[in-house]
Design a protein. Structure first.
Length: 877
């Protein structure tokens, strides 16, 4: 099997074999773009290398030699030739993009002899020595595993001695000393000299890139991004072009559209007289790409043209790395650019309007899990704020948290349940864990394409970069701007859209739906088959839901209406009533409250179905905890005096709480079981619902009502309650109205027995709503409230379960029950309405499952509706 491919031989379709970078270098070479020539060692070669206990086969070695010969011929230079040395970069290239995670070495082929040749040939000693010291550092770091700080310390010391602040101001003599110091450092740290044999350099470098696939930061990155461990990495060997050769040289990164806002404009940064990672390393703050049009107009024009060409070619926004050598532009990499949620939406919509892609493509490209973030957070601008610093708006969204100055502290605090903002001078891939657990990120150095910015955008986290006025003092654990100080642990707010860092906790405001998003949502609505509804427990949520496109309420949990300060005492009185008389009194007080809520919901939904679930949780949830009551008793005891009657009252309350206590409340007296044992409670709710409906009908509002009985396990439960519902409905609305069919009665399918006996239940149910929270709980036999904290995370870590089944629907088990219930229910009653409510209603995979199973709708929280609409469309494409 061929393991080495010249750039001319590959194409974009060969990503699995050549890695993303190699495949695209090949594709660009074919398209005639100015790409420095080179070749790619395949991922298969990497995997064979691992299989052979990290040894390169003879075949591979000779294929590399042959490819190198071809490259030498093409360039008219020879690798290791002191007179005119060919220099190459050795670049890793995984199949899935892992920005900054893998290692690259530049200027390979330099040694003590060839460096002089390069200096003579280019008549530029400063440049040649600059290349050599970079090679020594990268080679030392990547191949010989010497910590970067060893080299940085040496550079720092030298710059002080020389009295210069920037690397590029070092004289050739100073650079020569640097080279000597670096070589010394390598000998000291690695116990071996830097290899002067260029072939040895190449072999070692290729092996190091192979091995970088298994370094810890690459592994963590793969884990977070669910990239398989067995892909391996390709290695690209490419002839060098030099951005560090003088003032007519430079290097940069450009996005064909703005990755933060999605605006159609070239966006990026570059540095004059710099090489490779200088731009992304954040050590010098780069220039915005727009100023290239002044500094190098011809290059800028060409860059604009190539950017457009690449975007058309790949039909997506591109992230392009380029280098200019003596006024000539070279493209070193292109890939589909990472972007935040807002930009993703805007770009997708614009590409459709420009005729580049179809609506379906645009919808498929939306990462629904990012939309979630897009639909939240912004700073409430009506509140006065104390701006501490302004940096680059690197990833939008606002976040509030306590500032932490390193990843370890951030992780520790987040585990303790704190909200953290990570502040770093600049981030490196080692900080990734800290970024992951933080609400947002600040850096004092680095531009819009720095590591922190790229990673934050990928994760959809707010980020402000390059706050150069902020001095971070890691030792004193504080940061300052002038005389103003922020200590570690202080609260701050950041706004990644404007770049502001603000002292204190600023209230955040929910985001609105942009024009482009509503366009995409409309396209989604025209494609999807599933209807979307919202879970809304009060009139306010119902109106939010409508704004987000709800086609009805899929679940209104009436008990949530019981918890407000003025209602809870009434509810408690109802529960604690000594006799039926007293209970009726309390219920009579509750009735108008519930009725008013229902009326408002029905009015807000204006004819769309409103599904109201009768009381579900065990009654003790509405009562104070026994512990609290005991404490109150103790307090009364301690206070002494004449409070016997008060104590008696508390004692009797304790006895009632004890009487209601259950060992397994989730499997206890709740749902329809309550309704059957205490019919007066359900009767009140049913009456409130119908009275609300009646009022709405009188006002001329269209009413589509669904009354849902929870926790049915046996058909007789539903039969009994349905009869009560129908009776009360007829009493309140009268037969004439009922004949219009304004209401339906159905059940939640959340007890496995109900799913199994769906064919018996269907004749008396107008709809099934799958309550997947309880159904998951009861099918697995996991108590949801305990499992997540106790064993579930272990299960997921140890891959006993692929996901947390309370987040991602278990299609194989729980899903089977849903399929069975749907099919057998519909075989009895073909027009049986089916839907799903619960956490799963807003999860992409679960929505795909619902689509496949042929359910009628999904219901989720209002803010997840846009996600659900797009996911439902994706499922239908
Ligand atoms: P990464 O995957 O981390 O982006 P790359 O392989 O793209 O690493 O290399 C990093 C940078 O090194 C590139 O953006 C480019 O600036 C520079 N580079 C790589 N190869 C060459 C080359 N042949 N000539 C000039 N610069 C190069
Ligand atoms: Mg790159
Ligand atoms: Mg339930």
């Amino acid at each position: 099997n061929k393991q080495v491919f010249d750039f001319q031989e590959g194409n974009a379709g060969m990503k699995t074999l050549l890695g993303g970078k190699g495949a695209h270098l090949a594709e660009m070479t074919r398209a005639g773009l100015p790409v420095p020539p080179g070749f790619t060692i395949s991922t298969e070669a990497c995997l064979s290398y691992f299989k052979a206990d990290n040894r390169m086969s003879d075949e591979l070695q000779s294929e590399i030699v042959a490819a190198l010969h071809r490259l030498e011929t093409l360039k008219g230079q020879k690798f290791g030739n002191p007179a005119d040395p060919l220099l190459v970069s050795v670049r890793s290239g995984s199949v899935t993009s892992m920005p900054g995670m893998m290692d690259t070495i530049l200027n390979l082929g330099l040694n003590d002899e060839t460096v002089e040749g390069l200096a003579a040939k280019t008549n530029n000693a400063r440049f040649a020595y600059d290349c050599y010291r970079r090679l020594l550092q990268m080679f030392g770091n990547v191949v010989l595993d010497i910590g970067g700080h060893h080299f940085e310390k040496i550079v720092h010391r030298l710059k002080q001695e020389e009295g210069v602040s920037q690397d590029q101001d070092l004289t050739p003599d100073a650079l020569l000393r640097l080279i000597a110091d670096f070589k010394h450092c390598i000998q000291l740290q690695a116990g071996r000299p830097f290899p002067q044999d260029v072939r040895e350099q190449l072999t070692l470098a290729v092996e190091a890139v192979f091995q970088s696939w298994n370094n810890s930061r690459a592994k963590i990155y793969r884990k977070i991004n669910r990239i398989p461990d067995d892909q391996g990495t390709a290695v690209n060997i490419q002839s060098m072009v030099f951005g560090n050769r003088g003032q007519d040289c430079g290097t940069g990164v450009v996005f064909t559209r703005n990755p933060s806002t999605g605006a159609t404009e070239l966006f990026g940064e570059y540095l004059i007289n710099a090489q490779g990672e200088d731009v992304v390393a954040g050590t010098r703050t780069p220039q915005p790409v727009a100023s290239l049009s002044d500094e190098m107009p011809a290059v800028f024009e060409q860059l604009v043209r190539l950017a457009k060409q690449l975007e058309q070619h790949y039909r997506d926004m591109q992230d392009i790395e380029f280098t200019v050598e003596q006024g000539r532009l070279y493209i070193l990499q292109t890939r589909n650019g990472k972007r935040n949620a807002q930009a993703a939406v805007t770009i997708a919509a614009n590409l459709v309007k420009e005729g580049t892609i179809a609506k379906e493509d645009a919808l498929q490209r939306i990462e629904v899990s990012h939309l979630d973030k897009l639909l939240h957070r912004g700073i409430d601008e009506s509140v006065a704020t104390e701006v501490f610093a302004i940096g680059l708006p690197a990833s939008p969204g606002a976040a509030v948290g306590q500032v932490a100055f390193d990843a370890d502290v951030a992780m520790e605090w987040s585990q303790a349940g704190k909200k953290v903002i990570l502040a770093r001078p600049e981030t490196t891939p080692e900080d990734i864990q800290g970024v992951l657990v933080s609400e947002g990120i600040i850096t004092s150095r680095g531009g819009m394409t720095s590591h922190a910015a790229v990673v934050a955008r990928g994760m959809g986290k707010p980020c402000v970069c390059g706050c150069e006025t902020i001095k971070i003092d890691e030792e004193q654990r504080q940061m300052s701007v002038g005389s103003r100080l922020v200590q570690e642990g202080d609260w701050i707010t950041i706004d990644g859209a404007s770049g502001r860092v603000i002292i204190g906790e600023v209230p955040l405001r929910e985001a609105e739906i942009t024009e482009e998003l509503s366009e995409l949502l409309e396209w989604a609505d025209s494609i999807r088959k599933l209807k979307v509804r919202a879970n809304a427990d009060n009139p306010h949520d119902a109106s939010v839901a409508k704004q987000f496109g709800a086609e009805g309420i899929g679940l209104c949990r009436t008990e949530h209406m019981f918890f407000s300060a003025e209602r809870l005492p009434v509810v408690q009185r109802m529960i604690l009533a000594d006799d039926i008389e007293e209970r009726h009194q309390a219920l009579e007080q509750l009735l108008p409250m519930q009725q008013a809520d229902f009326e408002a919901m029905l009015t807000n939904m204006d004819g769309h179905p409103v599904n109201i679930r009768l009381l579900d949780p065990p009654l003790h949830e509405f009562l104070p905890k026994e512990k609290e009551l005991r404490k109150k008793l103790d307090d009364l005891d301690r206070a002494g005096g004449d409070n016997e009657s008060e104590k008696k009252a508390v004692l009797s309350l304790i006895r009632k709480v004890q009487a209601l206590e259950e060992v397994n409340p989730m499997l206890g007296q709740r749902g329809c079981r309550l309704g059957i044992v205490y019919p007066e409670i359900y009767d009140m709710q049913i009456e409130a619902i119908f009275r609300a409906a009646s009022r709405c009908i009188d006002k001329g509002t269209k009413v589509t009502l669904e009354i849902m009985v929870p926790l049915v396990g046996h058909v007789n439960e539903l039969a009994m309650l349905r009869e009560r519902i129908d009776t009360i409905g007829e009493r309140i609305l009268g037969r004439e109205i009922l004949e219009r069919g304004i209401y339906q009665v159905g059940t939640m399918i959340e007890v496995p027995r109900a799913a199994l006996t769906a064919a018996q239940i269907a004749p008396i149910a107008d709809f099934f709503s799958f309550g997947t929270n309880d159904l998951t709980q009861m099918t697995f036999g996991y108590s949801r409230d305990d499992a997540e904290g106790k064993f579930l995370s272990h299960y997921v870590d140890q891959k006993i379960l692929p996901h947390n089944p309370f987040q991602v629907l278990d299609t194989e088990g729980v899903g089977l029950l849903i399929e069975w219930a749907t099919t057998s229910g519909r075989s009895i009653k073909p027009n049986l309405k089916t839907g799903i409510c619960g956490e799963h209603g807003g999860d992409k995979d679960s929505i795909f499952f619902c689509h496949r199973t042929g359910l009628d709708y999904v219901s989720c929280s209002p803010f997840r509706l846009p996600m659900a609409r797009i996911a439902a469309a994706q499922a239908a494409i």
